[in-house]
Ligand binder design. Structure first.
Ligand SMILES: NC(=O)C1=CN([C@@H]2O[C@H](COP(=O)(O)OP(=O)(O)OC[C@H]3O[C@@H](n4cnc5c(N)ncnc54)[C@H](OP(=O)(O)O)[C@@H]3O)[C@@H](O)[C@H]2O)C=CC1
Ligand SMILES: CC(C)(CO)C(=O)C(=O)O
Length: 306
């Protein structure tokens, strides 16, 4: 049996571990010990119990086990590089990595520094933790896999096939870069506003926030046009981005977005991975991004109080 290491035993990491465990050998690696008896609550409310091999990075490095076929990095975006460094000494440099982060921060950095294949996965599967021994699989959604330079189509295809067998709806794609930016655009329009104002996604439709959503999308659409990311669904410019954002707001109206959950738990948000790349590109292309900068500043001030 091949082995997959899952580095970052959070919501997505544990969902992945539960899903893959019957097909490949799985080890979940974190910063602290977790119980091996783990619960998964399905979207239909069924509870499955599974024993997962879980160990700390420190213990893994001390044991120096046989190298894995894949390492999935399932930390938050800003933690991905530190997590990888913590186990890099026991990884052959040719080990394929799979990055599951939102945003466009970890992906280009790790692709540039890691000698082996680096696949990126973008998913709309939804999951959240209920403690050290439980994860709720909150909603099903597609997963796309590919690498930023389109050099590893074979690995992406093999991984997508395995993920599909494990119950994900996964496809290998040749445009993962655009898909990551597309998700980032939606996250930039929704997450900071709901996190700052403590509201569910659907409330963005009201008069208090809708103008601010439009203002964010206007800046994002201009930046992505310069970046060469095509507007979604074959549409044109800002209108197409806005239509996508309102569609996601509608579909997730009752959601507490991930950034709001982070703020409520007083955890650092993924603002640097979502707003950061947009602001950096805007500055590179000489475009205004005062709205994005303002949101970033407000979030930074909020985080400073944690
Ligand atoms: N949850 C979801 O529904 C979705 C999440 N995503 C994306 O997936 C990524 C992960 O999100 P999610 O699973 O929700 O996040 P979580 O916060 O639930 O999980 C992150 C995990 O990473 C661990 N971690 C942090 N630093 C390290 C380290 N140095 N070494 C090992 N483990 C570490 C944390 O452990 P500790 O307890 O020690 O802090 C935690 O278990 C994010 O980029 C998110 O945007 C994408 C789509 C959906
Ligand atoms: C699409 C959205 C905004 C759904 O809540 C999301 O991806 C998130 O919460 O991070």
């Amino acid at each position: 049996m091949t082995t997959h290491w899952i580095l970052g035993p959070g919501a997505i990491g544990r969902l992945l571990a539960h899903s893959l465990a019957s097909l490949v050998e799985v080890a979940v690696i974190g910063r602290r010990d977790l119980p091996s008896r783990q619960l998964l609550t399905t979207p239909e409310g069924e509870v499955h119990v599974q024993h997962l091999t879980s160990l700390t990075a420190e213990r893994l490095v001390a044991d120096a086990p046989e190298p894995p076929a894949f390492v999935h990095i399932t930390t938050k975006a800003m933690a991905a590089e530190a997590a990888l460094s913590s186990i890099a000494s026991v990884l052959p440099p040719s080990t394929p990595l799979v990055l599951w982060q939102n945003g466009f921060y970890a992906q280009p950095r790790i692709t540039q520094m890691w000698p082996g294949p680096v696949l990126c996965a973008t998913t709309t599967q939804g999951a959240y933790l209920t403690g050290d021994d439980g994860v709720v699989y909150a909603g099903r959604g597609p997963t796309f896999v590919g690498d930023l330079d389109n050099q590893h189509a074979g690995s992406a295809k093999a991984l997508a096939a395995l993920l599909s067998e494990a119950g994900f709806t996964a496809s290998a794609v040749g445009d993962i870069r655009s898909r990551l930016w597309q998700k980032l655009a939606v996250n930039a329009a929704i997450n900071p506003l709901v996190a700052l104002h403590g509201v569910r996604n659907g409330e963005l439709r009201g008069d208090a926030y809708s103008g601010r959503v439009v203002a964010v999308v206007k800046e994002v659409a201009a930046i992505l046009a310069k970046e060469g990311v095509l507007p979604p669904n074959g549409g044109e410019g800002k209108a197409a981005w806005l239509a996508l954002v309102w569609q996601v707001v509608e579909n997730t109206a009752n959601n507490k977005a991930s950034m709001l959950q982070d703020v409520e738990a007083k955890r650092l948000t993924e603002r640097e991975a979502i707003l950061g790349p947009l602001i950096e590109r805007a500055e590179r292309y000489g475009l205004g991004c005062e709205v994005l900068k303002g949101l970033n500043r407000e979030l930074a001030l909020l985080e400073a109080r944690f």
